[in-house]
Every structure is written in C-alpha cells, then in structure tokens.
Ligand binder design. Structure first.
Ligand SMILES: [Zn+2]
Ligand SMILES: [Zn+2]
Length: 187
C-alpha cells in the first residue's frame, strides 16, 4: 500500500485495460461533482476473485468485497473494470455500489461496444462513476431521465442523461456534502 494515502479521498482502482485518460476524466468529473480528491492506485493492492470463465464476467459483489481493505485508507473506493460485471438475476450491470461500505464498481465493457468513439466511452464512464458514487453518498434513483441519478436500463438511457444532478438531487447532495464537511471539522 502506498504511504501518501489520505482519509477523505476516493481511491480509483483500475482493473484490466482501462486507459489513463479515462482515469483522468473520472478524476476531474468526481472532483467537480463532489469536491472529492481521487487517487489512482494499483490493482496489486487487492486480490481479485470471482471471474466467471463461462460468462466472461466478474461478479460485481465479489469485486466490491476485494476492494474493501482499501477503506482503511480511503473514504470511498471506485473500481473501474474493463471486463463485464455480473449480478444475480440480471445479464449484467453497468455499475454497483454498496452504500454501507461506500465501495463502487463500474465496467467499461459495454461502453466500448460497437466501436464507440473514445469521447462517448468517457462520457458513459463519467456518468456511471458519478451515479455510483452518488449512491455511496446516500442518493437514490431519480425519475428525471436527464438526471445522472436516473437508473440506466440500457446505453441509450446513459447517453440521454446528463452527468449533472437534477435540481432536487443537487439540493440533496449539497446538504449531504455540507453535513460531511461539518462532521470532518468536528473530528
Ligand atoms: Zn443506481
Ligand atoms: Zn435527480
């Protein structure tokens, strides 16, 4: 584990060939949305399990479990996987968050399908990262199709929504962030 890790920051853990520009795009977007610093750290900090060879997918819940040791040094953890993610009962998930442990994972796999241009892939990754981190701050799904907290059933939903919060989600996240900042001051 690196020594300069800081409490309060979000760790971004690339898993597979994810691409440095994507990390940078996500880092900037997360800083804009939540004011949180993002530190990119190596996957060697975690022991990966749960790859389903037949379905060629990682079990999203297993990845979240693998990332949990990092919570000792980071407030939040975001895994960015190049492989597809599975979840019981559905074909795949774009991302998953455990709000209690504040650990999220997203997958770039489907964002890259059908030769999508890099700009589009980055937009999809940014929206999904903000959506999942939003859950880690306690936000729920929003009915506004343009809001980043809208649940994406498919890529068209992801492409249609903005990377921003709607007015009401913005109000909620602002008060959560304010309360967080107050708590940090008290400690
Ligand atoms: Zn969601
Ligand atoms: Zn909303």
């Amino acid at each position: 584990m690196e020594e300069k890790v800081e409490k309060g920051a979000t760790a971004l853990v690339p898993l597979g060939c994810t691409g440095e520009h994507i990390h940078e795009d996500i880092r900037t977007a997360v800083k804009d949305a939540f004011g949180a610093e993002v530190t990119v750290i190596g996957r060697e900090n975690c022991r990966w399990t749960g790859f389903d060879v037949e379905r060629r997918q990682y079990a999203a819940s297993d990845l979240i479990e693998c990332l949990s040791p990092l919570r000792a040094a980071f407030e939040r953890v975001l895994g960015v996987a190049s492989a597809d993610l599975s979840y019981p009962g559905v074909n795949h998930v774009f991302g998953l968050t455990d709000p209690e442990s504040r650990i999220s994972v997203i997958s770039l796999f489907r964002f890259r399908a059908k030769g999508a241009p890099p700009g589009k892939i980055a937009q999809r990754a940014i929206k999904t990262a903000i959506h999942e981190l939003g859950h880690s701050y306690g936000l729920r799904h929003c009915k506004d199709h343009r809001c980043v907290m809208f649940f994406s059933f498919n890529l068209a939903d992801t492409d249609y929504k903005n990377r921003e919060f709607c007015k009401s989600c913005m109000k909620e996240i602002s008060s959560i962030l304010k309360a967080d900042a107050r708590k940090r001051k008290e400690v």
